[in-house]
Write a protein that binds this ligand. Structure first.
Ligand code: ADP
Ligand code: ASP
Ligand code: MG
Length: 463
């Protein structure tokens, strides 16, 4: 079997969907399982509209819902010529639109928008998109079957970023999808969405369809997992912002995980986890240029010399700094910091501590900053009162820039070249961290200067 995940841009309009049909037809002998996202940009529209509903901007909600319907109806009218098939599809889409309208109405009446409601609302993007793809496949003589992932992937109830229960899901996925494939169907599985034990809709994190692709690919024992997107593969930097970014033919799972964690949006960081378990290669391919070989992500550490391979950056972060002479040599300060942040459910992206132990910097997403500062001020209130700790201060917005590559391991001078390049770009480094794996050097700069730093480091390593 071959699992193919198609992202939002690959399923967002008629020419792309025609290309998806051609790609799947070409690989029918490999028994494809398809995972797909919502039409490009639709998840944002669904979530933004929820915000309007809670603010009771009913006219705007109505217009948005009509546009969501229209985007799908346009595809159905253009691509499904068989009138009864088209009518069945449009009727089902209309039912989803009615359900969505009711949800928005509920949100607006209650003036309350919980993560649980947001997940229920977001799920319509993948459901309508995959139902539509299944009908398009049928229209093109590909025997297909729409699979709502909520029936096969179980998660906990951490809405918005739910954790997958693999012991339950793996067997459900395997059973359902292999039987469909063996009966000659191409399953079209909704990315991004899942459900709790009680059947409540969850999502597994923004851009999570990549992760669904590899959960599914691993559970069915795919020979490879192909992620179809709108670029030729994983590149040395984000091609939208960095001049001269090039496609990498091969990278390791570890490199892919590091660079996606630090902002390479091309693949969701968790995607590598299920693939590693079964050692299944992941390939990133371009729906707009299907003949390009793309990037192969596998276990093989492809050292490619002794240098860095990619430069990435991640925005919208804040630095929380805890400072004070009283911290020097006192055991347990770090433990208290991390326990306090964990209790407040703050996601720590990076830490940096000077060897003097006078200052500890914690880098967190801006959205978690207020909760993080409060948790730390509460935890250290006595120490602050006694002047053991000066204060908990914040600097934002900042970005982490990360230089990643297996070839950096054991190579001398990488840090020197990196920081030299940053200095040449006249960018000030606020904090630095290097993991002991040496696979990654990351540092923090003002957000407004991040791209300058990325470009300069990219140029310095001739990426
Ligand atoms: P999809 O809808 O297919 O999931 P995404 O927009 O999530 O697509 O991811 C693809 C985009 O990721 C590309 O268009 C590109 O702009 C961006 N990107 C960021 N960093 C990188 C990188 N290092 N290599 C390739 N693409 C990158
Ligand atoms: N549609 C979802 C999102 O926009 C999942 C995905 O595209 O991967 O986050
Ligand atoms: Mg994506």
């Amino acid at each position: 079997m071959l699992t193919m995940k198609f992202g939002g841009t690959s399923v967002g309009d008629v020419p792309r969907l025609q290309e998806v049909v051609a790609i799947v037809k070409k690989f029918l002998d490999k028994q494809p399982v398809v995972v797909a996202s919502a039409m490009g940009g639709l998840t944002n529209v669904l979530l933004d509209t929820a915000q309007k509903a809670v603010e009771r901007k009913s006219a705007e909600v109505k217009t948005a819902v009509a546009e969501i319907y229209e985007r799908h109806a346009l595809i159905a009218n253009a691509m499904i010529l068989n009138s009864s098939r088209r009518e069945v599809l449009i009727k089902k889409q209309q039912q989803s639109i009615d359900e969505l309208t009711n949800l928005y109405h509920g949100v607006s009446l209650l003036r309350e928008l919980s993560p649980r409601s947001l997940d229920a609302i977001a799920s319509f993007g993948e459901i309508m998109s995959c139902r539509q793809i299944a009908a398009i496949f049928e229209e093109n003589n590909i025997t297909s079957f729409f699979v709502d992932a909520r029936t096969i992937i179980r998660t906990d109830d951490n809405f918005g970023e739910a954790a997958v229960d693999f012991s339950y899901s793996n067997s459900q996925i395997h059973e359902t999808l292999t039987s469909l494939v063996h009966n000659g169907f191409v399953p079209i599985v909704t990315g991004f969405i899942a459900s709790t034990e009680d059947g409540i809709t969850t999502t597994i994190g923004r851009s999570g369809s990549d992760y669904t692709g590899s959960i599914v690919g691993s559970a069915v024992g795919s020979e490879e997992i192909w992620i179809w997107t709108d670029v030729d593969g994983v590149m040395t930097a984000d091609p939208r912002f960095v001049k001269g970014a090039k496609v990498l033919p091969e990278i390791s799972y570890r490199e892919a995980a590091e660079m996606s964690y630090f902002g390479a949006k091309v693949i969701h960081p968790k995607t590598m986890v299920p693939a590693i378990v079964k050692n299944i290669p992941i390939r990133i391919k371009n729906t707009f240029n299907p003949e390009h070989p793309g990037t192969l992500i596998s276990a093989k550490p492809d050292k490619q010399g002794s240098s860095a391979k990619t430069v990435t950056s991640i925005d919208n972060l804040a630095i929380i700094a805890i400072e004070g002479n009283g911290m020097i040599g006192v055991p347990g300060v770090s433990a208290r910091i991390f326990s306090a942040l964990a209790r407040a459910q703050v996601n720590v992206m990076m830490i940096s501590q000077a060897s003097s132990e006078h200052n500890v910097c914690i880098i967190v997403p801006r959205k978690d900053c207020t909760a993080g500062v409060k948790a730390l001020r509460d935890e250290f209130s006595i120490d602050i009162a006694k002047k053991i700790i000066d204060d908990v201060s914040v600097r934002e917005p900042v970005s982490i820039v990360a230089v990643v590559g297996e070839g950096m391991i054991g190579s001398k001078g990488i840090a020197g070249r990196t920081f030299d390049a940053v200095a040449k770009a006249d960018v000030n480094i606020i904090a630095i961290a290097q993991g002991s794996s040496e696979l990654n050097i990351s540092f923090v700069v003002e957000q407004s200067e991040a791209m300058k730093a990325v470009q300069s480091v990219h140029d310095a390593f001739h990426l």
